[in-house]
Ligand binder design. Structure first.
Ligand SMILES: Cc1cc2nc3c(=O)[nH]c(=O)nc-3n(C[C@H](O)[C@H](O)[C@H](O)COP(=O)(O)O)c2cc1C
Length: 191
């Protein structure tokens, strides 16, 4: 079993990364393999609407000049996917939005490969707009027929500067609980 987390923040060691690692640590404790993939700050563009993925149906995006197809390969092999994003103007970062658009369309073009896999969104926020970003992440999972895991609160941690989220103990506990819930569900649905 493997869970792959995607960090949509351009700060590889920022608050989103800290939150994601709290979830992944719990999964590791339960013997589940994990990987954290850095997307923010790397080249990734939005969907060009060429619809070649629907013609080719080869599990890839026709635009092969950025990190997207590398991300897709990791998604297809994962039992669980976590999308993590900072809140930017009350929504996900541009990197995360590009990942959602293109992974979402290639998934649909290939008969919902991610169907019934486990998903969860994780958001870092300074003050407001985190729920809207969280909703944007969940829209990806729900249209892909994935099973969204919850926690003791919505999966949001509060902080502005890098590392500040470490002061949000309730946010960190929400991430630990999320990791435990994901591990529990992954083991239940394992055939
Ligand atoms: C371009 C930009 C837009 C932002 N928009 C918001 C916002 O709408 N609401 C908010 O509370 N914080 C906002 N922030 C603050 C970040 O969400 C916050 O610093 C977060 O912890 C960053 O996570 P990171 O360290 O993983 O990058 C914004 C930051 C940037 C750089």
């Amino acid at each position: 079993m493997k869970v792959v987390a995607f960090n949509g923040s351009p700060r590889p060691k920022g608050n989103t990364s800290i939150l994601l690692n709290h979830v992944l640590d719990e999964l590791k404790n339960e013997g589940i393999a994990t990987e954290l993939v850095q997307v923010g700050g790397r080249p990734i563009q939005g969907c060009l609407a060429c619809y070649k993925c629907f013609e080719k149906k080869n599990k890839k995006c026709a635009y092969d000049k950025d990190v997207l197809n590398e991300c897709l390969d990791k998604m297809w092999e994962a039992d669980g996917i976590i999308l993590g994003s900072p809140t930017y103007f009350s929504d996900v970062s541009a990197w995360m939005k590009a990942l959602i658009e293109r992974a979402g369309l290639v998934n649909r073009a290939n008969n919902d490969l991610l169907k019934r896999r486990i998903g969860a969104g994780v958001v870092a926020v300074r003050r407001a707009g985190g729920i809207h970003a969280f909703n944007s992440l969940n829209h990806f999972f729900l249209i892909a027929q994935m099973i969204v895991v919850g926690s003791s609160y919505w999966n949001i941690g509060i902080g502005r500067n890098e590392g500040e989220v470490n002061n949000d103990e309730e946010g960190l506990q929400t991430m630990r609980t999320l990791g435990q819930n994901m591990a529990w569900l992954l083991k239940k649905i394992q055939v």
